[in-house]
Every structure is written in C-alpha cells, then in structure tokens.
Design a protein around this ligand. Sequence first.
Ligand code: PLP
Length: 429
Amino acid sequence: MSYFSYQNGALHAENTSLSSIAAQFGTPTYVYSKAALTDHFLAYADACTAGGRPATDSLVCYSVKSNSNLAVLQVLNQLGSGFDIVSGGELLRVLAAGGDPRKVIFSGVGKTRDEMRLALSHDILCFNVESIPELHRLNEVAGEMGKTAAISLRVNPNVDAKTHPYISTGLKDNKFGVAYEDALDCYRTAASLPHINVSGIDCHIGSQLLDDAPLLEALDKVIELVDQLASENIALHHLDIGGGIGITYDDEKPVAVSAYLGRLFARIDAWREEKYQGIPLKVLFEPGRSIVGNAGVLLTEVQYLKYGASKNFAVVDAAMNDLMRPAMYEAWHGVQAVLECNVDAASHTYDVVGPICESGDWLARERVLAVSQGDLLAFQSAGAYGMTMASNYNTRGRAAEVMVDGDNQYLVRKREETSDLFALESMLP
Ligand SMILES: *Cc1c(COP(=O)(O)O)cnc(C)c1O
C-alpha cells in the first residue's frame, strides 16, 4: 500500500492533501505518514513473532540516526520498539520520547567518556563496542561509577554488501568494528575486565542492501564466532545482525523484510536446535531506512524556471542543506508534482536545484515535469537520512516537520527561524 497517493488529482499523505500542509506550514516541509511508519515497523515485529516465536526472543532496535524526530520515536516506542543510538544526544531524544533505556543499544566508533557515563547512568541494554581502546575506556568509566557495562563487540565480517561505498560498513578496510580475525582475542580481553559484562555480538555491514545474501553470509560468520566463544565458556545472550535493508527509491526491488527474517530465523533455529537447545539467545535488529525511508516526503515550492541552451532548471525552495543525499551520494529521489496535472504548463526536462551557492546543490536531474512557478513538488522516499542530515548552510533555517495521521496533520517540528540560527553566537566586546 502506498501512503502517498493522488486523490482527485492532488497528492495526499494518507487522507491529508499536501497542498493543505503547504498552505498551513509553508515549505520546505518534511511530511511523514504515521500509518507508513507503523506498517514498516510491524513488518519486522510480525516477522519476529511468526510461527508463534515468543516476542521476548527478539528486539527491533530502530536506528535513531535515520530519523530522530521525537514524534517518530514516540510512535515507534508505542509499538514496542527498542532503539539503536550513536550518540549521547540520541539517548536523550529517546528518553524525551518516552523510550525505555533498557531497550537501548549504543553503537559508534567514537563514544566519549561523557557519553559512556550518560548511557551507564541510564542502564542501557548494551554498548556495541567497536575497538579495544573503547573497551578499556568503558571498563574504566564503569569502574569509576561502580557499574558493570553490558557489551557486545561489533565484528567486521568482511563481507561485501554490494552497496554505495559510503554506506558499506562491513569490509575490512573501513573504520567500523573489530576485524573478524581479532574478534576472539578481543572477547578474551573483554571477559577479563572487571567492569565489563560480555553480553552479545553484533555486526552491521551496510545500508540500502537489496539482497539478503550478504546479511546471511555475515550471520554465518557471526554464528561461527559464537560457537568458538562457547567453547571457551564465553556465553552470549544476544546476537545482533544490524540493519541495512534497502527501500525502493526508483525501481529497486529490495528483499521483503518478512522473507529476509524468515530465512534468518530458519538458520538460527537450525543451528540452535543442534547446539544450544533451551539456552536463551535473543536476536536483535537495527533497521532505520526500511522503517522510515518511505514514510516521508519533502515538500517544496518551485521558485523559478530557467531555460538554457543545454539545460533547464527548476529552482525550488528546498536545497542540499535540507536533503543532502543527492549531493553526498548522488542519490536518486522521485519527484512528483503535488497537483497531478497543470494544464497551463508544458512538459520540459529539468534539473531540480536549490538556491545554495554550490553546483553540488541539486536534488534531482533530468526529470520531465510540467510545472509553473509557484507549483508544489514532493521528493519521495525522504523519510530516512533527510532531516537528520540537514544543516544550516547559507544561514537557512531547517525545514518544518509534519506528521499525518489519517486526516489529521500535526506540526512535529517548527521551522527554524533565522534568529535561532545565530542565537548561540556572540560578537567581540
Ligand atoms: C546507520 C546504522 C544502522 C541503520 O542502517 P539502515 O540502513 O538505515 O537500516 C544500523 N546500525 C548501525 C550501527 C548504523 O550505524
């Protein structure tokens, strides 16, 4: 089901017209669908409990960095989601949205002492440790606080996720996790530290994966390690396979979440049946994009049309500071005119660009559109890594965010005012 569709020639989010949202809140504005968010989360939750598997055997930890708006976190929290965070700031967001720190796991290669203290003070579920020095620092900080930190090691299974190099994280040359060959030694070190409690193992090999074969390959390598650890009496309580399932931006056909989880649990069940009958081992997931990516669009207004010798431009009021993905990864986003048919405009091929003083400030290239100045456009699939990557470049306030629920629309983040942008600055005396 699509949550963004034309009704009587006008693009809607659920039952709310995007034109009415633009009229009320202006542009550029991110618009999210609560029903889409809910359905995408439930695809994971339902696959986790398929065949009568108890809900306590798994935990879906939504990756907060993909979209950290409090209302998004609130909706997911109410559905029972856990959270995968990569900063102390994200932990505070989860708590502000009512999230349970016992369902929070903390990933990232650069955790500071302050962030560790904050997370320990809230007794989060687990730190996903990415290096030996981090392990020692965490042991120290936990010791100072009289606490024990539950950890999993992020292992780098060295599988090729076959995705964009900037979002591939499981190859041995990148900065994430500990090398597969070093993992056993790292676990032995972890097990010897007094304020560390070895709890799990995790990996996350990349993002926008269309096929689950690399994920299942990573799972096999993780399983091998769990076996080796068990033979050394290091027993784990959970196995975290990360996130990374892709979405359709254009004509991609990503594996269905239910099919992927079905295959994954089949392997895990067979292995556990053989070796670990009756021993609990929770399975964790860290999805981001596949939950929120296609639950949002970026609404923008055409400011000017420019016709040139070799290119035409539609200059809109959204820019690379609002939606960074095209400039950063040459990502493709679908563009739809909010009014399906503009009888006053002829079709032309446009590059859709923003007002920022960079040639890299483009949002879509070579799209056939029949638009006039003042028309509204919607960039599709903008719910993930859209607003969270937004900046204030060119002293542009960040966009408003609206969540639609049926025919209700809620402003879930006000548009930033210019005075907000330099409120923290001061001039010399
Ligand atoms: C970004 C990230 C995710 C989420 O990835 P998606 O591709 O959005 O599902 C999960 N785990 C970690 C450690 C991440 O950094």
